[in-house]
Design a protein around this ligand. Structure first.
Ligand code: ATR
Length: 282
């Protein structure tokens, strides 16, 4: 038996996207496979947009035990599933797939990842939920809005450059409303929670240029951008005394349910995993 056959003797999983070369998921799952001594595999699966529909349509054959799905295929993956867990149906996007009895199932673990990161980084953060601000209205914002509503945050103000895109997301939660950036100063006066879901602040992108002056220093500020770990938004918030949680834990925690489903062991997110993934950004 060749080395590759030996590795493939267990369940085969991976991450499908375009591009996927940058994905840290193989590092996360590879570490857990090694830690638990599981003879499975987890690989990068590049799926070009023009072949994506055909690719997801054949998954139920069982070439893979399951897959993570990343940009830009989460919506297409949800449509390809024979059945979706309620959270994936609500978001219209699946990031975790598995095959069972020749049927393709999907869920969305971004909500769980977002919430678990805050539970870990700011225990009790949702004890007295109040007004929240979500900056951005893309795919990540959908999971964040769903998660905040599930923990009782209200009202949820979605602030976006393109108002129409924010308006599209208000259907996710009855407590959500759509705003342009001109409303931000007023919204900050009462906010208990602020999250950036835009790509602004990421290495290579301009910073998110907002003035936090009206925000209560007790309000929690978080970012889903994790490269750099301390984004300009988090640095600004920390400097004025706000509690902050960085976004790396969302990436790590969203991986847990998939690994458990494919490989049968619920893994833990610990400091060593965080350090290993962080080192790849250096
Ligand atoms: P994802 O699905 O990963 O969240 P996306 O759908 O491309 O990514 O969404 C990116 C978000 O960043 C959007 O809210 C986008 O605002 P628009 O809807 O107006 O495009 C926001 N964004 C990106 N660049 C921006 C910029 N220069 N200023 C303000 N918002 C920006």
């Amino acid at each position: 038996m060749s080395g590759t056959d030996a590795i493939r003797s267990g369940p085969r999983a991976g991450v499908a996207g375009w591009p996927v070369a940058h994905s840290r998921s193989p590092i996360i799952h590879g570490r857990w496979l090694a830690k638990h001594g599981i003879a499975g595999s987890y690989e990068r699966v590049p799926v070009a947009p023009d072949g994506a529909e055909a690719f997801f349509a054949t998954l139920a054959r069982g070439d893979f035990a399951g897959l993570n799905v990343t940009v830009p295929h989460k919506e297409l993956a949800a449509r390809a599933c024979d059945a979706l867990e309620p959270v994936a149906a609500a978001l219209g996007a699946a990031n975790t797939l598995w095959v069972e009895n020749g049927r393709l199932y999907g869920t969305n673990t971004d909500v769980e990842g977002f919430l678990a990161n805050l539970d870990e980084g700011a225990p009790g953060w949702d004890a007295d939920p109040g007004p929240a601000i979500v900056l951005g209205a893309g795919g990540a914002a959908r999971a964040v809005i769903h998660g905040l509503a599930s923990r009782g945050f209200a009202p949820i103000a979605i602030v976006n450059r393109t108002l129409d895109r924010a308006a599209l997301l208000t259907g996710l939660a009855p407590v959500a409303s759509a705003h342009g950036y001109e409303d931000l100063p007023k919204l900050l006066e009462t906010a208990r929670f602020v999250v950036n879901t835009t790509s602004l602040g990421m290495n290579g992108s301009p910073p998110l240029d907002i003035d936090l002056t009206p925000l209560d220093p007790a309000a929690l500020v978080t970012d889903i951008v994790y490269v750099p770990l301390e984004t300009p938004l988090l640095a600004l918030a920390r400097a004025r005394g706000n509690p902050v949680v960085d976004g790396l834990g969302m990436l790590l925690h969203q991986a847990v349910p998939g690994f458990e489903r494919w490989f049968g062991v619920r893994p833990t997110v610990d400091a060593a995993l965080r350090a290993e993934v962080l080192a790849t950004f250096a």
